[in-house]
Design a protein around this ligand. Structure first.
Ligand code: ADP
Ligand code: MG
Length: 248
């Protein structure tokens, strides 16, 4: 290889694997203490799957997700995204990667309180290259009737679905969700999971959902079980459950 490929060029020829992580470590220096958040992670994720990343609190799940999404960098090791090595990309390419290829959903919805659902989504569609309309994105998550509501007029689960609409309106290749149902009761959590499954099905968006709720693993194509900074186990579900079949 003579030069590092751009993310855009690599993404134009779809690879079977959306992510290939090799030897990822992450060490945080806290004064005299070193915290080993990742202790050597090798992980291949096929494109288009719904992946659940399961593991105890502190096991390194968020650290891994942030590295996959280009929000953080590993201490050592590499991530290939659609064939392009993120660690070889310059800042401009990484900005493109985060802006156009990756959608993030976090536990707390981070909506702008003074903007309606439609306007919160429009913030992103205005800087995207081939976005759906805010109305389409909100329709996809079942909020086509809530376009002009402000966050304070929506339930927690509805606010999270606005956040999902905002994340997917730019048609990202991957959707990375860190404890998206962590702040929700089971009933509204299921509606949020249904919205994520719908996006994965309709748009083919490769989706990774972090949770410490093992029940959610039943709706995944692939379950990555994480512990102490390592992948402990990977299970594939021959039969996925619908989110509506989950109870906790
Ligand atoms: P999880 O998401 O599975 O709960 P994290 O990836 O957040 O785990 O954290 C893994 C470990 O790394 C934990 O011990 C956590 O305290 C530590 N850690 C995470 N982020 C930082 C940081 N910015 N500075 C120091 N330590 C951190
Ligand atoms: Mg976490």
């Amino acid at each position: 290889m003579t030069s590092s490929p751009t993310i855009a060029a690599a993404a134009a020829c779809p690879a079977a694997l959306i992510f290939e992580a090799r030897g990822l470590t992450k060490v945080y220096q806290m004064g005299d203490v070193q915290v080993h958040a990742l202790r050597g992670v090798d992980l291949d994720l096929p494109a288009g799957e719904f992946v659940v990343l399961l593991g105890a609190s502190g096991s390194g799940k968020s650290t891994l997700l942030n590295i996959l999404g280009g929000l953080d960098v590993p201490s050592s090791g590499t991530v290939r995204y659609a064939g392009a090595t993120l660690q070889l990309a310059d800042d401009a390419v990484m900005t493109q990667y985060r802006r156009h290829h990756v959608g993030f959903v976090f536990q707390f919805y981070n909506l702008i309180p003074s903007l309606t659902a439609r306007e919160n989504v429009a913030l992103v569609t205005e800087i995207a290259t081939d976005p759906m309309t805010p109305e389409q994105a909100l329709d996809l998550v079942g909020l086509g009737q809530r376009l002009d509501h402000f966050p304070a007029q929506l339930s927690g689960g509805e606010q999270q679905r606005v956040a999902i609409a905002r994340a997917v309106a730019k048609r990202p290749q991957v959707l990375l969700c860190d404890e998206p149902t962590g702040a929700l009761d089971a009933q509204t959590g299921v509606l949020v999971l249904e919205a994520l499954a719908q996006v994965n099905r309709d748009l083919g968006t490769s989706t990774v959902v972090i949770t410490h709720n093992a029940v959610i693993a039943a709706m995944a194509d692939r379950v990555v079980v994480f512990g102490d900074g390592r992948v402990l186990r990977i299970d594939c579900n021959a039969h996925k459950k619908a989110a509506s079949e989950l109870h906790w």
